[in-house]
Design a protein around this ligand. Structure first.
Ligand SMILES: Cc1cc2nc3c(=O)[nH]c(=O)nc-3n(C[C@H](O)[C@H](O)[C@H](O)COP(=O)(O)O)c2cc1C
Length: 191
């Protein structure tokens, strides 16, 4: 099973990364045959969408950067994990650039009426969100962006885990349930 994961946090070893690692541990625990690839978006060259309209009739983005590689793996994935911290009520800029570039997939799906074909295992997703605030306003907004991304790339079924009040480095590790829940969500995802 091909599992890909996007880490939208620019902070190395931060809360998003810890939560994502737990989900990946869970997803890989049942079988050593899982093919897992993690993309740390901060280390990639993915610019924002130019709204040039070139993908309207082709479903293909013409901007040449790391998105081309990512688009290819998104197409072939059986499972997609999308993880981001909440930044100003939404996902991080790194994560948002990726999502916006998926406008090409949106055109393919909704204008050209072509879904990405699923393999035997179907296509399923997991959205992981961490936010420093105790209110759920921002994290709900960010989580909706994650689910919209998954639907756009023909992943209709997904689970979302959201952790609020998680701000300083390592806070997620002190959370009473987060790491265990992420491992379990990873296991469910890979089923
Ligand atoms: C630029 C910036 C904006 C932020 N905006 C929000 C916000 O709107 N809501 C929130 O709950 N937390 C916000 N936070 C806090 C982060 O979501 C929080 O620190 C999170 O744990 C960071 O995850 P990381 O360790 O993976 O980087 C913001 C942090 C930064 C740096």
């Amino acid at each position: 099973m091909k599992i890909i994961a996007f880490n939208g946090s620019p902070r190395k070893g931060g809360n998003t990364e810890e939560l994502l690692n737990a989900a990946i541990r869970g997803a890989a625990s049942d079988s050593d045959k899982q093919d897992v690839r993690v993309f740390r978006l901060q280390d990639m060259d993915i610019t924002g969408c130019l709204n040039c309209g070139e993908c309207n009739e082709t479903g293909i983005c013409i901007v040449e950067d790391d998105f081309q590689e990512v688009a290819d793996v998104i197409r072939k994935a059986d499972r997609i994990i999308f993880a981001s911290p909440v930044f100003f009520m939404g996902i991080s800029a790194q994560a948002k650039a990726l999502v916006d570039r998926c406008q090409s997939f949106w055109c393919e799906k909704f204008l050209l009426e072509r879904e990405i074909p699923a393999g035997e295992a179907g296509r399923k997703g997991l959205v992981l969100m961490v936010g420093g605030m105790k209110s759920d306003k921002g994290i709900n907004c960010a989580a909706s962006q994650g689910v919209a991304f998954l639907r756009t790339v023909s992943v209709p079924e997904s689970e979302t885990l959201k952790y609020m009040g998680v701000d300083n480095m390592g806070d997620i590790l002190k959370h009473p349930t987060a790491i265990k829940e992420a491992e379990e969500a990873g296991q469910r995802l890979a089923k």
